[in-house]
Design a protein. Sequence first.
Length: 256
Amino acid sequence: MNAPFIQNARKKESEEIINQFRKEKQFKFRNNKIRQKLSEMPININKFILDMERFDGTLKKYPEDFIVEEITPEGTVLEVGKEIGFEDVEKWHGSFIHFTVEKTNWNTMDALKQIVRATKTKRKNFGFAGTKDKFAVTTQRFGCFGLKKEQLENINIKDIVIRDVQKTNKKLRMGGLWGNKFTIKIRDLNLSEKEIKRISDLKLDYVLNYYGIQRFGLIRPITHIVGKFIYERDFESAFYTYCGTPINETGDSLEA
């Protein structure tokens, strides 16, 4: 073998060793960073409102069993079946209109698509403060521009009711709500009458928008960590947190 060939082979081998060392260091650093976030940000979903044993029941047997009524920033509850009577602004600039949509077994985006189609306009002309459950009875405010009140009041879509159409000069933006009021019916309970009454009388002023597996997942409850990394624009850590941080996996899932 000539000297140049040996020299190039050793150089290549050295580069491979250095690259492997760097990868191991990067993996260790990234893993420690993710584990540190997990210890700093536990999901804390081990608290319960009632000190009762677990019981079985049926949720959402019918859409009417799950009622979600949006609460405006001013604290007005958009009650199902009720006209609130929002007043038009005195000096309307001809821009924005807000209206309440009550829907049964419709999610927000599908309902909006039908409203857009019915008004023969475009999706970008509409906005809303937050999305709502599909298999439920829900109320929420929508906003739009470039339309007339009559166009909205004349809409006829199955299981969708439009009311309280209001002229305003404010754009309705995502997050423009105080919260949501939930009325939940649980059927087929295997409890005594005393225990059922105890649950039926349960009322809470508010619950933080922070709850269980719907937010964080059951097997790998780390999406809040992923969100934190995305917020910090650390996309590499967000990717490896989501794809390479097993928590409760076993067997083939853990190996993958």
